[in-house]
Ligand binder design. Structure first.
Ligand SMILES: N[C@H](C=O)CCC(=O)O
Length: 415
């Protein structure tokens, strides 16, 4: 069976034929039947270099032997207990020790769950109702944050989802990224704001870097107004380095959310932060949060193996950054757009200058992106299928893969 045959079946079974909207590649998505290292194998017997990497979690590449061994070892002892496990202590200690300012953590099953709980916690702790998010920021698919949401929501033209009650989202306010004055003005005129939530590096709307001093300014402004600062590090956690963006930029939030890499490619999420805030979470406190699969042993084992490996091979961050720089240099001067990168994250925008916020990223030529993306796929490179997602490299992307990616970029941008 080929991808087109699978898709015919899928269309009848699932909305848009997919399990998550951003996968709905036109005219039909390719179906993956296997993966190893930097490559995916499709049902159409193609090998593709993967720069999507499950939308970020697979920093060590597909089927990494150390991670696989850890998962297999865990599976042999069972994969769901409904009780605490020693594994969660090991992962909690590791994540806490890597993030100054993080004193307690709670594991959940996805990044969406993590941000949903962090927002509820901020409201419960502060007794205030509203939250502020960044326009185009994506914090998962729950009601409070599906307004001007990036990722698939913007890609598919539904940044404000139907079905989300206007009453509820009237408590979600928005400011542009990289605009500390707008945040200051927002917090100055509203005294009912519990938290400001943002991705310190925007990774769900392409890749938008914080201006110099922006995150420090945000820290200062939120503290001055007694508003909690939540860093959504679901993408950046262990991606921009051990300790994520908060260590890279030297700014400590009150609460952080994690997902993706901390589960080594299996479903996971976590939120954590200051002890006095976290102690408000049930059963220590009155903010309820729960989940059958929270702290799933297989995910914890995969996450631990991944993070321990990254600890032992910190030089790999430099190697991935060098690889992204090589692509950047090769692309330079080709096409009319602009290349943005940070560590192992990179993006080519079909816009002359790097976008600094949601408004600017929407000026990109998405039709040109679509042609470019299809060209890259025919060259054997799988990029996330949206101008509004970030590309990733893994430690498995070696010289040969980088050469192929660069050659494909050069060709497709020239065309
Ligand atoms: N950008 C999203 C998550 O980070 C992409 C994943 C999805 O929507 O399926």
């Amino acid at each position: 069976m080929k991808s087109s045959d699978f898709y015919k079946r899928a269309e009848m079974l699932m909305p848009g034929g997919v399990s998550s909207p951003v996968r709905a590649i036109k005219p039909y998505p390719f179906y993956t039947v296997g993966a190893a290292g930097a490559k995916l194998v499709t049902a159409d017997e193609r090998e593709l270099i993967d720069c999507c990497l499950g939308f970020g979690p697979l920093i060590l590449g597909h089927a990494h032997p150390g991670v696989r061994e850890a998962i297999e070892k865990q599976l042999a002892s069972g994969w769901l207990y409904g009780t605490p496990t020693p594994l969660e202590l090991d992962l909690a200690e590791l994540i806490i020790s890597d993030h100054p300012g993080l004193e307690m953590i709670r594991f959940v099953s996805s990044g969406s769950e993590a941000t949903m709980a962090a927002i509820r916690l901020a409201r419960g702790f502060s007794g205030k109702s509203d939250i502020v998010k960044v326009e185009g920021g994506f914090h998962g698919a729950h009601d409070a944050v599906l307004v001007k949401a990036g990722s698939g929501a913007t890609t598919l033209g539904v940044p404000n989802s139907a079905g989300v009650l206007p009453d509820l989202v009237s408590h979600t306010r928005q400011v542009p990224f990289n605009d500390p004055e707008a945040l200051e003005a927002m917090l100055a005129k509203n005294d009912d704001i519990a938290a400001f939530i943002l991705e310190p590096v925007m990774g769900n709307i392409g890749l938008i870097l914080p201006d110099d001093g922006y995150l420090a300014a945000v820290r200062e402004i939120t503290a001055a107004h007694d508003v909690l600062l939540i860093f959504d590090e679901v993408i950046t956690g262990y991606r921009v380095g051990v300790g994520g963006a908060q260590v890279a930029y030297g700014v400590s939030p009150d609460l952080s959310t994690f997902g993706k890499i901390i589960g080594g490619g299996l479903p996971i999420g976590a939120f954590g932060g200051r002890r006095d805030i976290m102690e408000m979470v049930a059963p220590s406190g009155p903010v309820y949060q729960a989940g059958t699969f929270s702290g799933n042993p297989a995910s914890l084992a995969a996450g631990l193996a991944t993070i321990r490996y990254l600890h032992m091979h910190r030089d790999l961050y430099g190697a991935m950054e060098d690889a992204a720089r090589a692509i950047d240099e090769a692309v330079s001067g080709r096409g009319s757009g602009t290349f943005v990168r940070l560590g192992s994250m990179f993006k080519y925008f079909f816009r002359e200058a790097p976008p600094r916020n949601y408004l600017e990223v929407q000026e990109c030529d998405t039709a040109a992106f679509g042609r470019f993306w299809a060209g890259m796929l025919s060259e054997g490179i799988f990029l996330p299928p949206s101008q509004f997602e970030t590309n990733f490299l893994s430690t498995a992307h070696a010289g040969r893969e980088i050469e192929e990616i660069t050659a494909a970029y050069r060709k497709c941008l020239s065309e």
